[in-house]
Design a protein around this ligand. Structure first.
Ligand SMILES: [Zn+2]
Ligand SMILES: [Zn+2]
Ligand SMILES: [Zn+2]
Length: 168
Protein backbone atom coordinates (compact mmCIF):
# COMPACT_ATOMS: atom_id res chain seq x y z
CA UNK A 1 0.00 0.00 0.00
CA UNK A 2 1.40 3.39 -0.93
CA UNK A 3 1.62 6.25 1.52
CA UNK A 4 -1.14 8.10 -0.32
CA UNK A 5 -3.73 5.33 0.04
CA UNK A 6 -2.71 4.88 3.67
CA UNK A 7 -3.36 8.58 4.31
CA UNK A 8 -6.77 8.38 2.68
CA UNK A 9 -8.99 6.16 4.76
CA UNK A 10 -10.58 3.61 2.50
CA UNK A 11 -14.30 2.99 2.66
CA UNK A 12 -13.70 -0.49 4.05
CA UNK A 13 -11.46 0.64 6.93
CA UNK A 14 -12.76 0.04 10.43
CA UNK A 15 -14.35 3.44 10.92
CA UNK A 16 -16.09 2.40 14.16
CA UNK A 17 -12.59 1.91 15.56
CA UNK A 18 -11.57 5.38 14.27
CA UNK A 19 -14.51 6.97 16.07
CA UNK A 20 -14.01 5.00 19.27
CA UNK A 21 -10.30 5.83 19.47
CA UNK A 22 -10.88 9.54 18.88
CA UNK A 23 -13.69 9.77 21.44
CA UNK A 24 -11.50 7.96 23.99
CA UNK A 25 -8.66 10.40 23.23
CA UNK A 26 -11.09 13.31 23.57
CA UNK A 27 -12.19 12.15 27.03
CA UNK A 28 -8.55 11.75 28.08
CA UNK A 29 -7.43 15.13 26.70
CA UNK A 30 -10.30 16.96 28.39
CA UNK A 31 -9.62 15.20 31.70
CA UNK A 32 -5.91 16.10 31.50
CA UNK A 33 -6.82 19.74 30.91
CA UNK A 34 -9.49 19.66 33.59
CA UNK A 35 -11.97 20.69 30.95
CA UNK A 36 -15.34 19.09 30.40
CA UNK A 37 -16.39 17.29 27.25
CA UNK A 38 -19.99 18.41 27.73
CA UNK A 39 -22.74 16.53 25.87
CA UNK A 40 -22.99 19.47 23.44
CA UNK A 41 -19.24 19.47 22.69
CA UNK A 42 -19.28 15.70 22.34
CA UNK A 43 -22.21 15.80 19.92
CA UNK A 44 -20.41 18.34 17.73
CA UNK A 45 -17.30 16.15 17.73
CA UNK A 46 -19.43 13.10 16.84
CA UNK A 47 -20.87 14.93 13.82
CA UNK A 48 -17.32 15.65 12.65
CA UNK A 49 -16.37 12.02 13.22
CA UNK A 50 -19.26 10.66 11.16
CA UNK A 51 -17.08 10.67 8.05
CA UNK A 52 -13.66 11.85 6.94
CA UNK A 53 -15.05 14.98 5.35
CA UNK A 54 -15.06 18.57 6.59
CA UNK A 55 -18.39 19.95 7.82
CA UNK A 56 -19.48 23.60 8.08
CA UNK A 57 -21.00 25.07 11.23
CA UNK A 58 -24.50 25.39 9.73
CA UNK A 59 -24.41 21.81 8.50
CA UNK A 60 -23.40 20.73 12.02
CA UNK A 61 -26.40 22.63 13.41
CA UNK A 62 -28.65 20.90 10.85
CA UNK A 63 -27.41 17.47 11.83
CA UNK A 64 -27.96 18.21 15.52
CA UNK A 65 -31.51 19.43 14.96
CA UNK A 66 -34.06 17.75 17.18
CA UNK A 67 -37.74 17.85 16.28
CA UNK A 68 -36.93 20.40 13.61
CA UNK A 69 -35.19 22.72 16.09
CA UNK A 70 -31.61 23.58 15.19
CA UNK A 71 -29.20 24.62 17.92
CA UNK A 72 -28.20 28.30 17.55
CA UNK A 73 -25.01 28.83 15.53
CA UNK A 74 -23.37 30.53 18.54
CA UNK A 75 -23.74 27.27 20.48
CA UNK A 76 -22.08 25.35 17.67
CA UNK A 77 -19.29 27.93 17.33
CA UNK A 78 -18.66 27.90 21.07
CA UNK A 79 -18.33 24.11 21.04
CA UNK A 80 -16.05 24.29 17.98
CA UNK A 81 -13.85 26.95 19.63
CA UNK A 82 -13.41 24.64 22.57
CA UNK A 83 -12.66 21.58 20.43
CA UNK A 84 -10.11 23.57 18.38
CA UNK A 85 -8.56 25.01 21.54
CA UNK A 86 -7.92 21.54 23.02
CA UNK A 87 -6.64 20.20 19.71
CA UNK A 88 -9.49 17.85 18.80
CA UNK A 89 -10.67 19.75 15.73
CA UNK A 90 -9.02 21.78 12.98
CA UNK A 91 -10.59 24.55 10.94
CA UNK A 92 -10.05 24.34 7.19
CA UNK A 93 -10.00 27.95 6.03
CA UNK A 94 -10.27 27.07 2.33
CA UNK A 95 -13.58 25.27 2.94
CA UNK A 96 -14.77 27.34 5.90
CA UNK A 97 -15.42 23.98 7.54
CA UNK A 98 -14.16 21.81 10.35
CA UNK A 99 -12.54 18.39 10.58
CA UNK A 100 -11.80 16.14 13.56
CA UNK A 101 -8.07 15.91 14.23
CA UNK A 102 -6.47 12.69 13.02
CA UNK A 103 -3.74 12.78 15.67
CA UNK A 104 -5.42 14.17 18.79
CA UNK A 105 -3.19 14.70 21.79
CA UNK A 106 0.08 15.11 19.94
CA UNK A 107 1.64 18.46 19.12
CA UNK A 108 1.77 18.57 15.35
CA UNK A 109 1.89 20.90 12.41
CA UNK A 110 -1.08 19.92 10.33
CA UNK A 111 -1.24 19.58 6.59
CA UNK A 112 -4.40 18.53 4.81
CA UNK A 113 -4.99 16.83 1.49
CA UNK A 114 -8.50 17.79 0.45
CA UNK A 115 -10.23 15.86 -2.36
CA UNK A 116 -12.39 18.15 -4.47
CA UNK A 117 -14.15 15.09 -5.93
CA UNK A 118 -15.70 13.49 -2.84
CA UNK A 119 -14.70 15.90 -0.10
CA UNK A 120 -12.53 13.37 1.72
CA UNK A 121 -9.85 15.03 3.84
CA UNK A 122 -6.64 13.32 4.92
CA UNK A 123 -4.61 14.91 7.67
CA UNK A 124 -0.93 14.33 7.20
CA UNK A 125 1.51 15.46 9.80
CA UNK A 126 4.84 15.60 8.01
CA UNK A 127 7.60 17.13 10.14
CA UNK A 128 9.62 17.94 6.98
CA UNK A 129 6.75 20.03 5.60
CA UNK A 130 6.24 21.75 8.95
CA UNK A 131 10.00 22.39 9.10
CA UNK A 132 10.07 23.81 5.58
CA UNK A 133 7.21 26.19 6.39
CA UNK A 134 8.92 27.35 9.59
CA UNK A 135 12.23 27.82 7.76
CA UNK A 136 10.67 29.75 4.86
CA UNK A 137 8.92 32.05 7.35
CA UNK A 138 12.10 32.54 9.35
CA UNK A 139 14.01 33.60 6.23
CA UNK A 140 11.66 36.54 5.67
CA UNK A 141 11.19 37.25 9.39
CA UNK A 142 7.54 36.25 9.30
CA UNK A 143 5.87 35.32 12.59
CA UNK A 144 3.66 32.30 11.89
CA UNK A 145 0.36 32.20 13.75
CA UNK A 146 -1.36 29.32 12.01
CA UNK A 147 1.02 26.94 10.22
CA UNK A 148 -1.69 24.94 8.52
CA UNK A 149 -1.27 23.82 4.91
CA UNK A 150 -4.34 22.97 2.83
CA UNK A 151 -3.78 21.17 -0.46
CA UNK A 152 -6.60 20.48 -2.90
CA UNK A 153 -6.61 17.55 -5.31
CA UNK A 154 -8.04 14.11 -6.04
CA UNK A 155 -8.03 11.11 -3.70
CA UNK A 156 -7.29 7.60 -5.03
CA UNK A 157 -10.99 6.66 -5.23
CA UNK A 158 -11.72 9.72 -7.39
CA UNK A 159 -9.09 8.69 -9.96
CA UNK A 160 -10.63 5.47 -11.41
CA UNK A 161 -7.80 4.92 -13.90
CA UNK A 162 -5.13 4.84 -11.25
CA UNK A 163 -7.23 2.77 -8.88
CA UNK A 164 -7.96 0.12 -11.53
CA UNK A 165 -4.28 -0.32 -12.20
CA UNK A 166 -3.54 -0.80 -8.51
CA UNK A 167 -6.31 -3.35 -8.01
CA UNK A 168 -5.39 -5.47 -11.05
ZN1 LIG B 1 -12.39 6.36 9.87
ZN1 LIG C 1 -4.49 17.27 13.79
ZN1 LIG D 1 -12.19 11.74 -3.56
Amino acid sequence: MTHATAAFPESRHDHADCVERTLAAAERICRDRQARLTPQRRRVLEVLLADHVAVGAYEIADRLAENGRRPAPTIIYRALDFLIEVGLVHRLASLNAFIACGHPGSAHGAQFLICNGCGLVAEISDPRLAGAVAEAARRVDFAVLRPIVEITGRCPACRPGLRGRGDA
